[in-house]
Each structure stands twice: as C-alpha cells, then as structure tokens.
Design a protein around this ligand. Structure first.
Ligand code: TEU
Length: 540
C-alpha cells in the first residue's frame, strides 16, 4: 500500500507560523525549530505553502522565481536544512506547486510582455482587444475582468487571479518542459512531493470561456507525471475545486498515471447560496454535509483517493464556522477532529486547528489584509451592498481568519510568534488558546488529534475499511460505521448545542476508542449525546 494512504498531513502557512528573526513574518528556520512539536503531534508530512521568491501580491502564490527562496523566509540552505531535519524525524516536506500562473515579475513574463516576437511570448496567453475593450467576459476569481491590457504590445493577457498573476499557457510545450525541469530540481532535493495549486485550471480554453476541466487537462497531468514525479515514491495532491467523484477517479487513478489524491471542496461549498458566490451565505444543513461526505467515502471506493479536511489557508476555521467557538469550543473542535480522522482518505490539519484556534473578528476594512476580500469589498460597495453586509460576509468566509499567527504561548507578547511586530495581528484570545496550554493539559484539543493520528497509524481499518452512513436523515447527529475484515467501529457525533438521543439497540457496543466527554450514556437501547459530544466505539 502506498505510504501516503496512511499519512497525516499538516499544512504550514509559513508567513504566520514561527518567526525567528523578529521581522514579523514567519520563516523556514522557524519551521525547523518546531519540528519536534510536529513529531509529537504525530504527523508525517508537511504541506508547505509557497516559500519561493515572490513580490507577495497573494502571499507567495505569485512566484517570481521558482528556484529561489524568498529572502523573507530565509535561504536555500535553510530550506535544505528543513528538508533534512524533517526527514530525520520521519516527516516529508511537500511543496506547493503554483504553475497555473506566475508573478508578473517572473523573468518569463518580463520577457513575454516586452514584444510580440519574444521567445517567451507564448509562455502566457495574449489576445487582441475586441471593439477596443477586453477580449471576452471571463472574470478573475479576485474580482473584475480576467484580462489586463499591456501597453507595450497592445494586447491583453489572461489572469484568472490577480493581475499580478498572469496565467501560463499550457498549450506551449516549451513552457511545460521548463516547468518539469523546475519540478525535478525540487524532487532532486529530496522533497516528499507536491501540492498542485488550482491544477484543474491548466487546460483552460479562454476563447470558449472554459476554465476548469479543459479538454487537455488530463493529458498534461499524465505528461507531467511521466516527466517528473511518476518515477519517484512521493505524494502528489491536486487542488481541484471542480472535482467530481467521476473525474477524481481519473486524477487519482490507482495505476499512478496522474496524482496520488484530489483535494476537493464539495462539502466546503454547502453553506453558500446555490447561484451565489462564497460571500452569499446560507446556513449549513447537516444532512447535506453528511450526504456529501458519505458520497465521497462510498462512491470513490478503491478507484481513487481523497483528502480529508475542514479548513486551510483559504477558508475560515472549522470550530468557528460549523462548531461553537465560545461555550463549546473545545468540545466542538474535538468533535470535528473525531468525525474527520476516522474516515477514509488522507487527513490534513491546518496549522492551529490542532489547538482549537478560532476565527479573527474584523471590525472594518483596516483589519483586512487579503487581496480577495479587499477587492470584493470595493466591488460590492460600488454595487450598492451595505458595508455591514460586506463585513458579515468577510467575517464568515474571509481568508484572513486562517492566516493570523500561530498561538504558541499565553505568556509572551504576540503569542510567542515573533519578537517584532507581526505582519497581521495575533488573535486576542491567545492567552487562553495556545500550544503551551494544550501541551500542559491531558485532555486538550491537541491530545485528541494526537490520539486520532496514533489510532490511524495502528489500525488498518481506518485506512482501508468500508464506510456506511448511519441515521442519514437525523438533523443533528452525524454517525457512521467502518468495517474491515473482522473489525468494526461506529462514530457518533452530535453537531448541535442540544442533547440528542439515538437508538442503538441493534448495535453491540464494545470498547470506547475516543470520547470528548467522560461518559457514554446508554439506557434502554438509547444513546444520549451531550452538546457536541463525539465518540467512537468498537462493535461486534
Ligand atoms: O486557491 C484557489 C482558489 O481558487 C482560491 O482563491 C479560492 O477560490 C478562494 O480562496 C475561495 O474563495 C489557490 C490557493 O490556495 C490560494 O491561496 C491562491 O490565492 C490561489 O490558488 C491562486 O494561486
């Protein structure tokens, strides 16, 4: 069995993890310093958000040189040391590969924009103006047209993200070969694989208004696989917002022709209005969440592999989003851990999730750092939305929540993240919610994650077992059964603030695997669950 099926991944957002220089920005040495902490948690892979040279328009997802480390994060020696020190502790470093686009300050783009016959011109996507304006209606994810006019040559270039992130032209074989060469440069350094940023977009056909799932997408992935990681035993995970169970089987075909696994967002989109954007909110219906997660568990079967996650650097923190980050913060943080980590797939923990960190409340535009939120703010204000409504959306879904600094200690300024001024404020609740306090308490959120990771390591059933959703229509209890050979267990999670009861008369409950309360209460065949109680129990 591939090693990455048993792995647990921890995502580090380096800018906000640990600063060793007092610059206010986290750095590579800061990650190396915390490897023992991560080993204690039990994870075996770090997904490292981009650390390449970048002007930082989108916090490193705009790369100006793929083979250099950004000085804000350190040097190439620091990177090599991180890879080596991690390896000593049984941890692989998976790098974030952003090859749908580069920075407009990348040398390729500087060349490309300089003249229409420059050899790098076709590394990017250029179109003539139409009726003196943009070539068509394609929109950028960060707001406005996806086309930007370039004075030098009188054409527009495509950018599906910010205008400082021009899209690469994957139809150009020379460009593709340069990307593969760069990937091999990193693989030769002994990294553990790649997380492929918005990889579902590389087959785009802008003239047909096709962005995701273009006709040649899978050809490119197979070619990339063959030219780079296909011959190495590494983890590759594709960020695929558009993935369906069907095409996930192609992306993560067990024959190894494309990627190890997909990272898809179907469950994450359930609290947005059907025809709206992520900012157009609607309450989560738990039954929808159960159905969606269960569909991926059962329908992917053995024909592909999925990632398991609740949050990352682009999404709000789960305890604040679908849990209760006040009265039941610890209970609900543990509940989401238990629900996710006992499913089939490779779990991802986003930094701070393992200590129950919460969203950061933003009071005005001054508190907002992320380009996506800032652009949306101006766009919606101009379109007549009230400032209060815009802030409500940002406080629900903005990306800054996940990006405030890691809370290491309660007794030091800025939570021990930096000796200087942090680039983004530390959440005020760091005095209560921090790593030191978690490590000091036997039944902390951290301890729950640690226990779940250990259980996965020791029990094949978690990795291989079948999945069955129980009580599919119950509006508040998320329950499922796993089964592998002669072993079986059930998970019950009460995703609500009220006590709930479920009928367990048909089940023969044995040993408690994990419980976020002290008691398991069964009377007359009825299991009573306290607010946000989650338990896993073996059954006959
Ligand atoms: O994210 C892809 C992406 O589409 C996000 O911008 C997402 O749509 C948005 O956050 C949800 O509203 C990846 C990276 O994870 C993200 O950080 C980058 O900004 C983006 O690609 C561009 O590289």
């Amino acid at each position: 069995m591939s090693w990455w099926k048993k792995a647990v991944v921890y995502q580090v957002y380096p800018k906000s993890f640990n600063d060793t220089t007092g610059s206010g920005v986290g750095d590579l040495a800061g990650i190396t310093e915390k490897l023992d902490y991560l080993k204690e948690l039990g994870i075996t892979v770090i997904w490292l958000s981009p650390v390449y040279e970048s002007p930082g328009d989108d916090n490193g997802y705009d790369i100006s040189n793929y083979e250099q480390i950004d000085p804000a994060f350190g040097t190439m020696e620091d990177m090599e040391q991180l890879i080596a020190e991690a390896k000593k502790r049984g941890i692989y470093i998976v790098m974030d590969l952003v090859v749908n686009h580069t920075s407009d300050e990348h040398e390729w783009f500087e060349e490309a924009k300089s003249s229409r016959d420059n050899p790098y011109r076709n590394y990017y996507i250029w179109r003539d103006p139409v009726d003196g304006g943009v070539p068509n209606d394609l929109q950028s994810t960060f707001g406005g047209s996806a086309w930007e006019y370039s004075e030098e040559t009188g054409q527009y270039y495509l950018h599906l993200f910010s205008k400082k992130q021009p899209d690469l032209n994957w139809e150009n074989p020379a460009m593709r070969q340069d990307v593969y060469q760069m990937m091999n440069f990193w693989l030769d350094k002994g990294i553990g694989g790649f997380r492929l940023d918005v990889i579902d977009l590389i087959g785009k056909q802008p003239d047909q208004l096709v962005t995701a799932d273009g006709p040649k997408l899978h050809d490119y992935l197979q070619e990339m696989n063959e030219a780079t990681f296909g011959h190495r035993d590494v983890l590759t995970v594709g960020e695929t917002w558009s993935a369906t169970v069907q095409n996930a089987k192609q992306y993560s075909n067990p024959d190894g022709s494309e990627l190890s696994m997909v990272f898809q967002f179907e469950h994450i989109l359930l609290d947005q209005q059907d025809d709206g954007e992520k900012w157009d909110l609607k309450p989560l219906n738990l039954v929808d969440l159960k159905r969606t997660l269960a569909k991926w568990q059962t329908e992917l079967g053995d024909e592909g592999w999925n990632s398991l996650f609740w949050n990352n650097h682009d999404t709000p923190r789960i305890v604040s989003r679908w849990g209760n980050d006040e009265e039941y913060r610890q209970e609900s943080a543990k509940l989401f851990a238990i629900l996710l980590h006992l499913m089939k797939g490779t779990p991802y923990i986003y930094q701070g999730e393992e200590i129950g960190m919460t969203n950061y409340e933003m009071a005005s535009l001054d508190d907002i750092y992320d380009i996506e939120s800032i652009n949306m703010y101006h766009e919606r204000l101009a379109a007549g939305h009230s400032e209060a409504d815009i802030l409500t959306s940002i406080n629900a879904k903005g990306r800054d929540h996940a990006r405030t600094p890691m809370q290491w200690r309660g007794d030091q300024a800025h939570a021990g993240f930096t000796a200087g001024q942090p680039w983004i404020p530390v959440n005020d609740n760091f005095t209560e919610i921090n790593v030191a306090q978690n490590l000091a308490e036997k039944d902390s959120v951290f301890a729950t994650y640690q226990q779940l990771i250990q259980y996965r390591r020791d029990h094949d059933i978690v990795v291989k077992g079948d999945f069955q959703l129980l009580y599919p229509d119950h509006p508040a209890v998320f329950a499922y059964k796993r089964q592998w050979q002669d072993d079986a267990f059930v998970v019950f999670a009460n995703v609500s603030e009220e006590g709930q009861t479920v009928d367990v008369a048909e089940l023969s409950l044995n040993d408690v695997i994990i419980n976020n309360y002290d008691e398991v209460t069964v009377r007359d065949g009825q299991l009573t669950l306290e607010p946000y109680q989650a338990i896993a129990i073996t059954i006959d």
